[in-house]
Design a protein around this ligand. Structure first.
Ligand code: NA7
Length: 538
């Protein structure tokens, strides 16, 4: 700490979720840098610290939703279920943080309000809500992609006499729904997890659906001792698979085309995938995400399942009225989601045809004049994804350029890792990276390792600053666009991949859809060519 009161470090990392924890470990314990992590919560966990809503569980399988950089760490932890539940992930991340002795370098309850690049000193000046000032050569944002809650501005919400909650800002003490009339807005991955759990407790649950969604059963359950032993014995193979597939999951996407088999065989394969459950459903054929007609066969199979499960034909029709290709939006997986609509205490309102016009003191007023009386409103309405968490950090780069201005027409990065005009700032899982289309820890490990290697290079060579050349950013943005348009993903016009869920947000397809394995290779090549596309200066 200097006389000015500014605490000086080599690197400042913002966020203490999976990304921030691993980045701290790499920079501090492998490179020997002085590092400070700033975290607004009072504990580690990031996304999992905040998302404590009923049914909160990861869609990646537990043996893949963890760090795999250390064989010892991987083998020492024991998961209990096929998919880890929020409290178990929190236990895991706290265990990792303690094991690697990370907490002593994390400032908790510390919200960053501004990050300013000082070109003369070549330092990032960071200010916190509590009035602290810190400075470092390297600024690394580890703020996650889905951490800025999107609460729709429905008129009258302030007049509501009941309680309302967003799933991503859930009270730590939980919410007791017993005997209460609950309204849930949103049927994305989160909403689909929450419905059956809330329905089991509430007096009545009304689900307000704007966009119907596919879902495949998760088939969650306790892990057998045999499986646990198998994951440990096969650590290397599992890691190799996760590193070689486009989505970082521990399963292989079939190299079979949907058209290689007869309609009957196709049905048998879909049926087997449905029984097996989980995200693997989309791996049934290699062309499901690139060939619309191939996708239609999966989509129709899944719609038929909804009609089969849901007894009331009118409700089934609303749930199956899905307007986008399967997996063009993030495909949810569930535990008894569609089954929940067979309960007497669950009803579905299609708010596309009959929107909520306003929230009244007593509930939700629909366009057709109906007032649905509610005691609690649950907003499962998602996030200002990818750019939201970065833009709220108050970042200004070279020549006082605010990030919000640099990205006024949508995010522009090189490799999702750096922004032109923001020297020595690195964005883990930034827009333009494949992270949200990938099993997250696999993407995070690659980003954090690449950043650590890059910083090691700069220090070894005595290079003061690194930032992308504008032409490299142009080329990457174009490549991200091409990669998206080679798939069906942009066809889901209302997805958060496009920023379409937040009114006024520029519509840019943000994630890199070219696959994690390909991306890993591109990043490695860039580094091997002396950080091609970056400007390195003294
Ligand atoms: P998502 O996937 O963005 O889903 C949000 C849901 O909320 C979706 O059904 C939206 O409908 C709906 N929504 C949003 N705003 C409104 C308004 N104003 N009125 C009615 N309905 C609305 O977020 P999740 O939290 O479920 O999942 C985020 C990620 O977490 C997920 O992808 C996984 O990676 C884990 P829409 O589709 O926009 O019409």
């Amino acid at each position: 700490r200097q006389a000015t009161g500014t605490a000086e470090f080599d690197a400042i990392v913002i966020g203490a979720g999976f990304s921030g924890l691993y980045q701290l470990h790499l920079l501090r314990d492998r490179l020997g840098l002085s590092v400070r992590v700033l975290e607004q919560a009072d504990g580690v966990g990031g996304t999992w610290y905040w998302n404590r809503y009923p049914g909160a569980r990861c869609d990646s399988e537990s043996h893949s939703y963890c760090f795999s950089f250390s064989e010892d760490l991987y083998k020492e932890w024991e998961w209990t279920e096929r998919y880890p539940e929020q409290p178990e992930i929190m236990r895991y991340l706290n265990w990792v943080a303690d094991k690697l002795d990370l907490k002593r370098d994390i400032g908790f309850n510390t919200r960053v309000t501004a990050c300013r690049y000082d070109a003369v000193a070549n330092r990032w000046q960071v200010t916190t809500e509590g009035g602290e000032t810190l400075a470092a050569t390297y600024l690394i944002t580890a703020v996650g992609c889905l951490s800025t809650a999107n609460v729709p501005k429905i008129p009258g919400l302030e007049s509501f006499q009941g309680h309302w909650y967003h799933t991503g800002q859930w009270p730590h003490e939980g919410v007791d729904f017993s005997g209460l009339r609950v309204g849930q807005i949103g049927t994305g991955s989160t909403g689909i997890q929450a419905v059956p759990v809330i329905a089991a407790q509430a007096k009545h649950l009304t689900v307000f659906q704007r966009t119907a969604n596919y879902s495949v059963p998760a088939r969650n359950g306790p892990l057998s001792d045999d499986f646990k032993a198998w994951t440990k014995e096969n650590y290397r193979t599992i890691r190799e698979v996760m590193h070689s597939t486009p989505n970082g999951h521990p399963f292989v996407i079939s190299d079979r085309s949907c058209w290689d088999v007869s309609a009957e065989e196709r049905r048998t394969l879909y049926e087997a995938a449905w029984e097996k459950g989980g995200l693997q459903f989309r791996a049934t054929f290699r062309d499901l995400l690139i060939d619309k007609e191939a996708n239609d066969t999966a989509a129709e199979f899944l719609r038929a399942k909804i009609r089969e499960i849901v007894k009331d034909p009118e409700t089934a029709a609303k749930l199956a009225d899905i307007d986008h290709p399967y997996a063009a939006k993030r495909p949810p997986i569930d535990t008894e989601y569609f089954e929940a609509y067979n309960r007497d205490n669950v009803s579905l309102v299609d708010v596309r045809s009959n929107p909520i016009e306003r929230i009244t003191p007593k509930g939700a007023q629909l366009r057709d004049g109906t007032e649905v009386e509610l005691d609690i409103i649950v907003f499962a309405t998602g996030f200002d994804a990818m750019t939201g968490p970065l833009l709220r950090l108050g970042i200004t780069g070279r020549d006082g350029l605010p990030l919000s201005e640099a990205w006024a027409a949508g995010p522009r990065t090189y490799l999702g890792l750096q922004v032109a005009g923001f020297p020595n700032m690195f964005t883990i899982t930034g827009p333009g990276s494949p992270s949200v289309l990938c099993n997250m820890p696999i993407a995070i490990e690659q980003h954090a390792e690449w950043i650590a290697d890059c910083i090691a290079h700069l220090r070894a060579k005595g290079i003061a600053r690194l930032e992308p050349a504008p032409e490299a950013v142009d080329r990457w943005v174009e490549h991200v666009n091409e990669a998206a348009h080679a798939t069906l993903l942009p066809q889901a016009g209302h997805s958060w991949y496009l920023g379409a869920n937040v009114p006024g947000k520029p519509r840019v397809f943000m994630p890199y859809a070219g696959g994690m394995a390909r991306y890993r290779q591109i990043c490695a090549d860039v580094a091997a060519k002396g950080y091609e596309g970056f400007v390195l200066s003294d």
